[in-house]
Design a protein around this ligand. Structure first.
Ligand code: NCD
Length: 312
């Protein structure tokens, strides 16, 4: 694998290889010195044109644990504000030694453009492009689901697991990447949200969809993945009323109490407590939100490793 651009292009074998490698690396995290020499001499650049806490730091942690060198690019204060193009920026970073470019960009397709343009030879990892895809997030979600529902996660698929993804689907690269990956692995996905926040053409996706969160809760999903309303992607931000949204789509304590005992609650972060998820639910035993963060480091170690040819 030269690039990791989307989960839509991952087949079952590639997805399982990444997830199984992530499981192997997770064992390293539990060591006293959580570091391997695997990517010594390799340079990873974080090229983030949008804000990020978890994704950027977890790529850094992953690279550090594999002994790679790290360069971090801050858009604010860089020559991008002087109009430097993506091409010139990427070529500049490569001239400084970048082998892997981890890019987050507001435009859907920017990572794929970088990968196919011939501007650079580096491997490209998509760390979120517009409303398109966020493949490492979906991989860490799949890893979290496997760990919860399989006592031996290695090699396991997600066959038959039902996952409800709830909220602002239309603006969510997390939702899109999860739809492709989770269904590839055999899970059944239901998308839940108000009409304005479900994508057009959702009927062509390999999923169910509903406007009725209570119905989705009563269908007893194994996992409920809550998403943030991405007002920054809505123009004037007035697609829906806040009050109606909270009433109909918030995972309140009352709704969570109606879930089967073993069902888990997921959220990619950042959370808006009291909006899409009640604080009590986010902090409850069925919440796996911090497991997701933890697994993010292992999944990103696996991605970096596989893009370097899986060589030790
Ligand atoms: C998400 C993102 O940026 O796509 N966060 C993340 O990477 N964990 C989701 C969001 O911003 O709501």
């Amino acid at each position: 694998m030269k690039h990791l651009l989307s989960t839509q292009e991952l087949d079952v074998d590639q997805a399982l290889t990444l997830l199984d490698t992530a499981e192997e690396f997770q064992a390293v995290a539990n060591r006293q010195v959580p570091k391997l020499p695997t990517l010594r001499g390799v340079t990873m650049v974080n090229l983030f044109f949008e804000d990020s806490t978890r994704t950027r730091l977890s790529f850094e942690a992953a690279a550090q644990r594999l002994s790679a060198d790290i360069m971090t690019f801050q858009v604010h204060g860089s020559s991008v504000s002087k109009g430097e193009s993506l091409k010139d920026t990427a070529q500049t970073l490569e001239a400084m030694g970048a082998d892997i470019i981890v890019i987050r960009h507001p435009s859907s397709g920017a990572p794929a453009t970088l990968a196919s343009s011939g501007w650079v030879n580096s491997s490209i990892i998509n760390a979120g492009d517009g409303a398109h895809e966020h493949p490492t997030q979906a991989l860490l979600d799949a890893m979290t689901l496997r760990q919860r529902f399989h006592s031996e996660p290695r090699g396991a698929l997600l066959t038959g697991l039902s996952v409800a993804i709830v909220g602002d689907i239309v603006h969510s690269r997390v939702a899109r990447s999860n739809v492709f990956l989770l269904t590839t692995l055999g899970a059944k996905v239901t998308l839940v949200g108000p009409p304005a926040l479900l994508p057009q053409g959702v009927d062509d996706w390999p999923v169910h969809s509903t406007y009725d969160f209570d119905d989705a809760i009563d269908s007893a999903p194994d996992a409920v993945m809550m998403l943030r309303v991405q007002r920054e992607r809505m123009g004037d931000g007035s697609l829906i009323s806040h009050k109606d949204y909270v009433r109909n789509y918030s995972l309140t304590r009352a709704r969570a109490d109606r879930l089967p005992q073993d069902s888990i609650v997921m959220h990619p972060g950042p959370m808006n407590r009291g909006v899409e998820i009640a604080s009590h639910v986010a902090d409850s035993p069925r919440s796996v939100i911090l497991d997701q963060v933890r697994n993010g480091v292992s999944v990103r170690m696996a991605a970096l490793y596989e893009l370097r040819g899986g060589q030790a």
